[in-house]
Design a protein around this ligand. Sequence first.
Ligand code: NAP
Length: 278
Amino acid sequence: MTTPRRACIIGHPVKHSRSPMIHGFWLKGFGLEGSYEREDVTPDALEAFLRGLAARGYVGGNVTIPHKEAAFGTVDRRTARAEALGAVNTVWFEDGLLWGDNTDVTGFLANLDDRAPGWDHGLDKAVVLGAGGAAAAIVAGIKERGAKRIFVANRTAEKTEALIRRFGSVVEAAAWPPSAATFAGAGLLVNTTSLGMDGKPGLDIDLAGLPPQAVVTDAVYVPLETELLANAAARGLRTVDGLGMLLHQAVPGFERWFGRRPVVTPELRALVEADIGR
Ligand code: NAP
């Protein structure tokens, strides 16, 4: 008999994470005996926790706020994507070494591919609002798909400068708040700020400058339909909510820990949507 595999989500706080629901759904679907648990770990305890992950009986896990950068510094080996972002959200063991990947890029791209097929065809210009951790993953994804110009508008200009240093001249600084001129000719608009999230101020911007074929997406997924997405839909633009990014980013981790590649199904989406609605 083999021991059931255990993975976890490491964060602080971690009690509101929906990752246990997602991985639990897949474990049940495959009829696997493993588990996916919550681990609330304070920043000062993170390194020791990761070093002792195997001793605690885990085959790996996810790393979330506020630990993604610290985990990057702690793992033994990193994927090219993690290297490009300076942040790790998924860890696992290979030949006794702790590996780190960043699956937010995959999550972002798979969500758009799924819900707005063709979004990247001939993508010339994209606009990203925000310049934090989610923005880095999203800029990496848009760059990977060949956008020629990515305009980043962020309240704190130094963070935009840091993205330009990381990703090169494909990224250009735009004013915050963004103007109609910034939106002109953009095929994609992404909000990666926390504005619009439950309990935060809304993101009230004028979308009049966006062309009619533009796709608008939001990293925020609570609520599912943010003010930005509602405004974009009212203008007849294609919109994609942020829940799919969360669901798709979980796929590579599950496969590494449990050996089966899961699929993001409408049933899984409905389960998490119902939880968001509660
Ligand atoms: P972060 O690194 O803390 O970045 C937060 C961003 O929001 C920064 O650009 C910040 O601007 C901006 N911001 C915050 N308050 C603002 C305000 N009052 N006015 C203007 N800008 C403001 O956070 P993150 O990890 O990137 O996460 C950002 C959002 O994405 C969160 O809502 C998170 O839940 C969501 N997210 C979703 C997924 C998904 O799978 N769907 C994945 C990751 C993150 P400054 O630089 O000026 O502070």
